[in-house]
Design a protein around this ligand. Structure first.
Ligand SMILES: Cc1ncc(COP(=O)(O)O)c(C=O)c1O
Length: 428
């Protein structure tokens, strides 16, 4: 098959006519498809129905805490064990919270801003214009969180093994108003990349290189155990590496069971050094008398000794969905030279890069046929993808049949938009 960029005007126009006709056949079917939802499918939620049987009127934690009552801001021991397992750190370095790690990320960021998390007078609010580094494409809610707190964002390029660390190190060394970096180190949202050992080590050392003495590495390990290709990818232990580097008070780790059990009813975790946890516990104590320990107990009992087995069940549901996405992209787009995409071994997303200047139009065109995609630009701060080329595909929620049709429509939209862009460029 000829690469589309190699075709001349008349050939491109002929392609445009054919593709337009093919797409109109789909449009006539009044589709209602959605590849924008990064959430578990109902079948994945069903894997956790055993949660409800765990309490059986026995609310006592292993150490005898009555989980129905107030108190224990750091959470019950067995929940902290679970958090330690998800984050790959000792339970003593974990606080188990409520149902949202995003809430904990907001708490850490706002505490760094207002009171500081180092038990001294360092706080971000003493800097006029606080900024953080945002590897892109990235997770839109990290950006929304920063926006809400008035924090500026500086984009850095996301590569196959994590952020471009040369760029990151140069930026943080030069500017004391850069106070942090957002990292989704395993099966990153949306590229699915896993940070290499070297990247993790450089991230651990970053606070020592930074011009700011109140630098924080936000280590959002939401997909730490969400493998669907085995043997699973491994991630180096940033907390141990930071101890060696003397930066342990500058690493904030996050995880949750949102995509392990129930997205709306799971348990979240924040991890870090004892100094860091003290600061977070103090901030939490202003907001609550204790977390939902009943749910923590339910989760700990349900997942104790069977987390790997449980994640395997998720993998069995997810792997075929990601396979469909890759197979259709490979068959339909690879020969045409108009797109590249990622092939994650876990997580929730595929990142598709189309010809510069065509992502928004592709998403718009898909919408006209009844296919909803994540808005183009959502993977960049301010919703602005400077190249207008990135599209996030979220195949977890839809059924395999829906994904198949949705991908057929998506590749048609990519082709048609690319042909039109190439024609426009040729006549310009
Ligand atoms: C990277 C990342 N972090 C955090 C979350 C949300 O986590 P939680 O449900 O624990 O707030 C998501 C959800 O999509 C995510 O992709």
């Amino acid at each position: 098959m000829t690469r589309l960029p190699d075709l001349k005007g008349p050939e491109l126009r002929a392609r445009e006519t054919t593709l337009d006709r093919e797409l109109s056949l789909y449009s006539a079917n009044r589709l209602a498809l959605d590849l924008s939802r990064g959430k578990p499918a109902p079948a994945q939620l069903d894997l956790s129905h055993g949660l409800e049987q765990q309490l059986n009127d026995n609310y006592k934690s292993a150490s005898g805490i009555d989980t129905r009552n107030y108190g224990n801001l750091r959470g019950i021991d067995e929940a902290r064990d679970l958090g330690g397992q998800l984050l790959g750190i000792p339970a003593a370095n974990v606080i188990a919270g409520g149902n949202s790690s995003l809430f904990l990320m907001h708490l850490v960021t706002s505490t760094a801003m207002s009171q500081g998390v180092w038990g001294d007078d360092r706080r971000w609010s003493t800097t006029a214009k606080v900024k953080v580094l945002t590897p892109v494409p990235g997770y839109d809610r990290h950006f929304t969180l920063c926006d809400a707190l008035g924090i500026g964002m500086i984009n850095v390029q996301m590569n196959e093994h994590g952020p471009d660390m040369d760029e990151v190190e140069a930026l943080v060394a030069a500017d004391p108003s850069i106070k942090g970096i957002w990292c989704v180190p395993k099966y990153s949202n949306p590229t699915g990349c896993v940070y290499s050992n070297e990247t993790v080590e450089r991230c651990a050392k970053l606070p020592a290189h930074a011009a700011a003495d109140d630098f924080l590495v936000f280590w959002d390990n939401e997909y730490g155990v969400h493998d669907f290709v085995y043997p699973a990818e491994t991630l180096a232990d940033i907390l141990s590496l930071s101890k060696t580097a003397g930066t342990q008070d500058h690493i904030a780790l996050f995880a949750s069971t949102s995509k392990i059990t129930f997205s709306g009813g799971g348990v979240s975790f924040v991890g870090g050094s004892e100094n860091f946890l003290n600061a977070i516990e103090k901030a939490l104590s202003v907001m609550m008398v204790g977390p939902d320990k009943v749910n923590q107990l339910r989760h700990s009992r349900f997942l104790a000794g069977r987390l790997d087995q449980h994640m395997l069940r998720h993998a069995e549901i997810l792997k075929p969905k990601f396979d469909i996405v890759d197979q259709i992209l490979q068959t339909e787009l690879a020969p045409l030279g108009i797109a590249t995409w990622t092939r994650p071994k876990g997580g929730y997303f595929v990142s598709l890069d189309v010809l510069p200047g065509t992502a928004a139009e592709t998403v718009r065109l898909a919408k006209t046929t009844g296919l909803t995609l994540t808005p183009a630009g959502a993977t960049f701060p301010g919703g602005k993808d400077p190249m207008d080329s990135n599209i996030r595909i979220a195949p977890t929620f839809a059924t395999t049949e829906e994904i198949t049709t949705a991908m057929e429509v998506l590749v048609l939209c990519v082709k048609l938009t690319s042909v039109r862009k190439l024609l426009k460029d040729q006549t310009a």
